[in-house]
Design a protein around this ligand. Sequence first.
Ligand SMILES: Nc1ncnc2c1ncn2[C@@H]1O[C@H](COP(=O)(O)OP(=O)(O)OP(=O)(O)O)[C@@H](O)[C@H]1O
Ligand SMILES: [Mg+2]
Length: 369
Amino acid sequence: MNPFTIGIAQHEKFCNRRLEIETLKKNMLAGIHTVVYAPRRYGKSSLARVVTGELEGDMTGIFIDLFSVTSSANAVQKIYRGIISSLGAKAADRSSFAQKMSAIFKKIRLSLEFDPATTAPEFSLSLSDQPAEIHLEQVIANLDEYCNSQAIKVCLVLDEFQEICNLKDAKMVEALLREGMQNAKCVSFLMMGSRRTLLRDMFEDKKRPFYKSAYVLKLSHIPTGEFTVFLEERFAGAKIPISPEEAVAIVNFTDGYPFYTQKLAMLYYELKQAGEPLASACQQLLEMESADFENIFVALTTHQKQLLKAVAAAGPKNLFAASFLADHGLGSQGGIQSSLKKLKTLDLIENTDQGWRVTDPIFARWLLI
Ligand SMILES: Nc1ncnc2c1ncn2[C@@H]1O[C@H](COP(=O)(O)OP(=O)(O)OP(=O)(O)O)[C@@H](O)[C@H]1O
Ligand SMILES: [Mg+2]
C-alpha cells in the first residue's frame, strides 16, 4: 500500500501544522470566526478536517464545500444539506431528529430518513417557493437556535468561501451571511479559501460586509525539517526506506508545497521499487501536471504569459524596474499593471520577502522548460 495520498490528508498522512490546528481549535471554541487563506492544493480542506475531527466537548464540525456553487439558492441548499447531514450523523435520537429539523428550518420542505445499513441521514429538501434571500436571512439564525436548544456548539466550515464572490447576487449573499455570522452565539465560522486576492478584498476592503469580521490566518508552508522527517517515516513505515538526502530532495523539488510533496513521494514510492531514481519521479510529476499547466497558460494573453515567464525566471523584487522590463521585453510600466492584476487575481504569482514568484512551484519549473 502506497503510504501517500493526493486526496484529503488525515491522521498519519497529515504532517504537522500543530500550531495552526491549536489556533483554529482555540478560535472555534471561543467563538472567534476565522478565515484561512492559502493557495490551491495547500492543505486547507485537510486542515479543516483535522481541526473539526479534534474539536472537543460539545462542538460539532459541519463541512460545506462552496467550490461549485452556482447561485445563491444553490449556496443556501448546500448550507442546509451540510447542516442536516452532519447533525443527523451525530444525532443521539434519530427518530425525533427529522421533526426537530423541520421545526427549526421552517422555511424548507424536508423529507428525511436514516439508512438502516449506514445509519447516515438520507434526505431531500427543497426551498419551497421562497427566494434564496429569505433562506439566507434565516439559516444561520435557525442553526444557532437549534444549537442553543440542544446545548451544543457548531464549527461551520465554509470551504472555498471566495466562490460566493462570483455569484450574481454576491453582495446580498455576503451581507446576509455576515449578519448571520455576527449574531450567532453558538456557531463559529471557519472560512477557507484559495483565491487569495478575492478573499483579501472581501475581508480587508472597508466597503465590503466582511471587512475586519474575522481572524485571518495565512497558511504558510510546512517547515522543511518537519516534512522531511514525515517523508522518511512514511517511506520506512511502508518498507521502502529512503535516505535523509532523498527526503530533502523531494521537499526541495516541490518547495514543500503539500500536494506536490505528497504526489512526488507517492510516485517515487512506486518507482523506487522498480529501481528507478528520484529524477524519474520528478520527470513523471512534471509530465503529469503539464496538461493542467497548458490549460492555465493558453487562457492568458501574450503579455500575461511573458510576465509570468519572466517572474518564473527572475523572481524580481520590483516588477516595475526598468532593467526587469527591458531584460524580458515587457514594454512599459503601464502595460504591467493590468497583466499583474490578472495574474494576482488568478493567484498565479505572489509577492514574498524574497521577491515576486510563481505561486505554484511545479508550474514555475514547467514555465522554464
Ligand atoms: N499537512 C499535510 N501533510 C501532508 N500532506 C498534506 C497536508 N495537507 C495537505 N496535504 C496534501 O496536499 C494535497 C492538497 O490537500 P487539500 O485538498 O487538503 O488542500 P486544499 O488546499 O484544500 O486543496 P484545493 O485547493 O484543491 O481545495 C493533498 O494531496 C494532501 O494529501
Ligand atoms: Mg480544498
